[in-house]
Design a protein around this ligand. Structure first.
Ligand code: MN3
Length: 242
């Protein structure tokens, strides 16, 4: 308040001195304001059009999910970054794997918004169109040895997606013992907190499917398999096992 008052006073004095000169001559008298720091977080680009996942996921859902829901996490994170400087300097996955180290005052906000940002960034990439339609190589071998077949893995994953009561996510992960397992997380919690690395993940919040599938989550899960990019899943598996 005091500084604001002081700055208003200085401006008024400069104006007094410039009386009688053309308005444009006043411009050099004002020192340029320091540019604000760049935002800590920006909304990542999808890498494909909102309509690219039709007919499995509809255009309207993709638009509001990315430009509405994901963007809201980014806005909240930029507010949180003003209170918790580590958001600017620490890798996202490191923070999410160590949430108990985050100060109490911001922990819930970081859990929900940084988790939401990471989950959605992962989700957009695993659905990138144009990749392999089925697992191959080391990932296919691990799926077969763990679940018996790809079809059995789909059944186990679907049970996680259907079994998550309310809002959350279903996952195929490599756990901290390097085992391939299916799991689910509530809200915007991530597998990182359990020391797991995600291979594929599915948003089962109603906002992810309600416009097209209404209350029929099972149909959404069934359709979603048509979007999974198994090339990206294979890369995720390689990194998780490294
Ligand atoms: Mn979502």
């Amino acid at each position: 308040m005091f500084r604001r008052h002081f700055m208003l006073g200085a401006g008024a004095a400069a104006g007094t001195l410039l009386i009688g000169r053309p308005a444009f001559a006043q411009a050099p008298a004002a020192a340029p304001a320091a540019p604000p720091p760049p935002p800590a977080f920006t909304l990542p680009q999808l890498g494909y059009a909102y309509e690219a996942l039709e007919p499995f996921i509809d255009t309207a859902t993709m638009r509001v999910h990315h430009s509405g829901h994901h963007a809201a996490f980014i806005g909240n994170l930029n507010t949180l970054a003003g209170q918790f400087e580590a958001l600017r300097s620490t890798p996202v996955e490191e923070i999410l794997a160590n949430l108990s180290d985050v100060p109490d005052a911001v922990r819930t906000g970081v859990r929900n918004n940084l988790g939401g940002h990471w989950n959605h960034d992962f989700f957009w990439k695993i659905m990138k169109p144009g990749g392999a339609k089925a697992p191959s190589g080391d990932l296919a071998a691990a799926i077969n040895s763990t679940f018996g077949s790809s079809a059995n893995m789909v059944t186990a994953f679907t049970a996680q997606a259907m079994g998550r009561f309310g809002s959350g996510w279903a996952w195929l992960v490599v756990d901290k013992d390097k085992k391939l397992v299916v799991m689910n997380t509530p809200y915007q919690d991530t597998p990182l907190e359990a020391g797991a690395r995600a291979i594929i993940g599915l948003d089962v919040w109603e906002h992810a499917y309600y416009l097209k599938h209404q209350n029929r989550r099972a149909n959404y899960v069934r359709d979603w398999w048509g979007t999974v990019n198994w090339d990206v899943a294979g890369e995720n598996f390689k990194k998780a096992m490294a």
